[in-house]
Structures are given as structure tokens and as C-alpha cells.
Design a protein around this ligand. Structure first.
Ligand SMILES: Nc1ncnc2c1ncn2[C@@H]1O[C@H](COP(=O)(O)OP(=O)(O)OP(=O)(O)O)[C@@H](O)[C@H]1O
Length: 436
């Protein structure tokens, strides 16, 4: 994995008056290591990371510089059909949201990485022959504990489930429609055909992002936010909708088939005098009933498979290689360090629920680190199931080339955040220094 680090500027507050003493060293393999110590005093021993970082950005480097060095080199690969991902990792308040999403949506130098990427994609697609009909399908959801919230669909609650095909699906509740039809909404993907509409939809959706109290500040994003940009055309969008309709048809039929089977199984046994279950000789299993519903289920499954194949065919027969390519940006929830100095005062303001949430975030991040390490080393067993966060990311890791994943660790230079900064650097250097 490519690992970058970014120091944010000191905040103009009393608490951030003192700065961490830090030094950057490049080694012969062009990867960089960093040494930090709490104070400039000679008595304080520095901690030095392994050579694990591509670049360490200074507080003066703006989002534009980061985009040019970190994300822009991946755009030609996306245009060739490859998937890429970018994760922002760091303790609460270190600058993840500023980096990935940004807080200023007007000034181009301050745009978050995802918006800048969308801008470059649109500029390139508009200037290339045969690409004018392409757009970006935007999905945006946040993950809080084990539940997703679709920010492009009024924060509809979604659930992360592994399907019988072994794939992980994120879907809302089953909705009852007019005429008794049901629908199971997947995460919404909004097609955007120009940058302005992409920006508008993103900014509106971000208004729904949840904030809460972290051990550092009160306006912390206590969720992992996933932004996916997929290159789409109208025909791909239409076929996806057809697939969702067919999946919705399958849900009640599949449930009915299970119910019928269970009912018939239950009727065909009775409890004997000794309490044990024995065959009910007075009941003959209604095999015709079972076969009828199983045949209906098989028909629905075949319709789902046909729609899936149609999507595959559209992507395979693409006249432009980038159709279906994805860029994923993840603004991870901030790691929490309760015992670290500097965090105690704010941490004591947190509710029990917020502290439990903080522990859940830490365990998600630990699981992610293990997945990244196992995946980078091409290990046979990758522990995707160890958390909901890694389950959600499974499909993405499986479809992304090794060189196409990037982690950006964001760091506070304030001495009072020393312990948290040290932890973030240790985390990132463990991922970055993996021998493949
Ligand atoms: N590189 C930077 N340049 C200027 N300001 C920054 C930078 N990084 C962060 N900030 C500012 O610091 C504050 C905290 O940043 P941000 O909200 O991005 O942190 P975070 O890591 O996402 O926190 P949390 O995990 O708690 O949501 C914001 O006011 C942000 O504008």
C-alpha cells in the first residue's frame, strides 16, 4: 500500500501552543521515515519510524498539493478501468475530513480530494472522444457501529449482510409498495453528468453527516464515511435498476420458499410420549407445494443472474475502458486515546455511549490494519469478517490492484496530542513497511 502522512497546522488555541519536535529522513529507497519527540530538549529521546512513507506533507501544503502528489497519479489508471482507494486515518481532529471532503467547496485549492478527483475526471471525460456520454455515479454512506446510513437517501438506515453468493450487500429495510410489491433498496447511486451537479449533490448529502463528541472535540465525525465515484453511462445505470427490481422480487419469494419448507418439515414430525421427535405417519409432505415455490424461486434467481450477466456484458463490451471503474474515498472515524495526556479533559465530557462508540471505532481500525497487512502480503486468509468495516471493504479490496490503495495518515503537530500522533505514525508505518 502507498502510505503518505500529513501534518496539519497548529490551531490558534492556548492548548496547541507547544509543538512536537519532528524530523523527516529519506532513505536510499526513496521511502521516508519520521522522528518525533515531545519537546526539543536533548534529554527527550526521539521515536523513529521505519522508512514507510512516500511523502510527508508539511502544515503549509494545501489540499491542492496533496491532490497533485497523491491522487492525480491514479487518475490515468482509473481511466484505463482500474479501481483505486484512498483512506484517511488519524486521531480525532487531525484533519481527515479536511483532507478527504474539505470544508471549503468553492476555493479550488481547498477542495477535498474526492471533489478534486471528480473535477479532473469530468474534465478528462469531456475532452476525450467517445467519453462525453459518461458520468460519475456517486454513492455516499456512513457506517456507525454495525449500521450504515445512506446520505443520498435521507440517512436511510442500511444493514450490512453477506449474501448466499458470498458477496457483502448493504441494503435498507424491505419496503412495502403499492399493489403489495416489495422493494429492498440498496445504497443509492446518483448519476451526475457534470461537475456542478456532482458538487451540489455531495454538499447536500454531507449536511446529513452525523457529528458527536470525541475525546478531542465536540464536532467530530463519529462514523466512517464512504464516498464512491464510479464511471457510468445511462445504460449501466438502467441495467442496475433492473437488477435491483429483480432482487426485490426474489426477496419475498425466497422467504416464502423457506417458510413452506419449514412448515412442511414441522408437520411431518410429532413429539412422542418420551418427548423425542418422531416421523408423523398421518402426514404426507406436500411435495407439489414445495416444488411449486422452489420453481418460482429458481425463476426469480435466473432473472437476477440474467441481469447480473447483462451488467457484466455492458462493462466487458465497453468502448471506453473506464466504464465501471471506481475511486473510493474513506474518511475513517477518528481513533480515540482515552489515557493519553491532553485528551482526558474532553474525554471526561463524553457520555458512556460515546465512549463505547470510541472503543468500537478503535476495534474497527485495528481490524482494518490487519486486513491491509494480510492483503498487502497476499496471505491466503484475510480477516475480512473481523469487523463490519472490513466486511464492507471486502469487495473493494478484492477488486483493487495492490499499488492502487493509499492511506493518508493525518497528524496534529500539537505537543498535547503527542501520544495520539505517535500511535497514528506507528499504525501507518506498520502498514507501509509491510514486505510484499
Ligand atoms: N491541513 C489543514 N489545513 C488547515 N486546517 C486544517 C487542516 N487539517 C485540519 N484542519 C482543521 O482542523 C479542524 C479538525 O479537522 P477535521 O475535522 O478534518 O479533523 P478529523 O480528523 O476529521 O476529526 P474527527 O475524526 O474528529 O472528525 C478543522 O477545523 C479543520 O478545518
Amino acid at each position: 500500500m502507498n502510505v503518505f502522512a500529513r501534518w496539519r497546522p497548529l490551531a490558534a488555541t492556548k492548548a496547541e501552543a507547544e509543538e512536537i519536535d519532528r524530523r523527516t529522513d529519506s532513505d536510499s529507497r526513496s521511502l521516508t521515515s519520521v522522528s518525533i519527540k515531545r519537546k526539543a530538549s536533548a534529554a527527550d529521546r526521539p521515536w523513529t519510524s521505519p522508512a514507510a512513507f512516500h511523502t510527508i506533507f508539511d502544515p503549509d501544503d494545501d489540499n491542492d498539493k496533496l491532490y497533485t502528489d497523491v491522487v492525480a497519479p491514479s487518475v490515468p489508471r482509473v481511466l484505463q478501468g482500474e479501481n483505486c482507494s484512498f483512506f484517511a486515518y488519524g486521531h480525532s481532529g487531525s484533519g481527515k475530513t479536511h483532507t478527504v471532503i474539505g470544508y471549503d467547496f468553492q476555493e479550488s485549492k481547498n477542495l477535498g480530494l474526492c471533489l478534486r478527483a471528480a473535477k479532473q475526471l469530468f474534465d478528462t471525460l469531456n475532452s476525450q472522444k467517445g467519453c462525453q456520454e459518461l458520468g460519475i455515479g456517486l454513492s455516499l454512506f456512513e457506517l456507525r457501529r454495525k449500521t450504515g446510513f445512506d446520505l443520498l437517501n435521507n440517512r436511510t438506515q442500511c444493514y450490512v449482510r453477506e449474501g448466499p453468493d458470498g458477496k457483502v450487500h448493504i441494503r435498507g429495510d424491505t419496503e412495502l409498495m403499492e399493489g403489495g410489491k416489495v422493494r429492498v433498496r440498496p445504497i443509492v447511486q446518483q448519476p451526475c453528468w457534470n461537475f456542478e451537479s456532482f458538487q451540489q449533490k455531495l454538499v447536500k448529502a454531507l449536511e446529513q453527516r452525523a457529528t458527536g463528541s470525541s475525546s478531542v472535540h465536540d464536532q467530530s465525525s463519529r462514523t466512517h464515511a464512504f464516498l464512491q465515484l464510479e464511471i457510468v453511462n445511462q445504460s449501466l445505470m438502467d441495467t442496475r435498476h433492473a437488477l435491483f427490481d429483480r432482487q426485490s422480487e426474489l426477496v419475498p419469494v425466497g422467504k416464502l420458499a423457506t417458510d413452506v419448507m419449514m412448515e412442511e418439515d414441522l408437520k411431518s414430525v410429532i413429539r412422542g410420549l418420551d418427548g423425542a421427535w418422531v416421523l408423523n405417519r398421518d402426514y404426507q409432505k406436500d411435495q407439489t407445494r414445495i416444488d411449486t415455490i422452489e420453481a418460482e424461486k429458481a425463476r426469480c434467481e435466473a432473472r437476477v443472474s440474467a441481469a447480473e450477466e447483462e451488467i457484466e456484458a455492458i462493462i466487458k463490451s465497453r468502448s471506453t475502458p473506464c466504464l465501471g471503474a471506481k475511486m473510493v474515498f474513506v474518511d475513517l472515524a477518528g481513533a480515540e486515546y482515552y489515557e493519553a495526556d491532553g485528551f482526558r479533559s474532553q474525554a471526561s465530557k463524553q457520555t458512556l455511549q460515546e465512549r463505547q462508540e470510541g472503543r468500537q471505532i478503535n476495534s474497527d481500525l485495528l481490524a482494518l490494519k490487519e486486513v491491509m497487512r494480510a492483503w498487502s502480503q497476499s496471505r491466503k486468509r484475510i480477516p475480512f469478517r473481523s469487523s463490519t468495516l472490513t466486511m464492507v471493504l471486502r469487495e473493494h479490496f478484492m477488486s483493487t490492484g495492490k499499488g492502487n490503495s493509499t492511506i493518508i495518515v493525518t497528524l496534529s503537530p500539537a505537543a498535547e496530542h503527542f501520544a495520539a500522533t505517535l500511535n497514528s505514525l506507528k499504525y501507518a508505518s506498520l502498514v507501509g513497511a509491510v514486505k510484499t
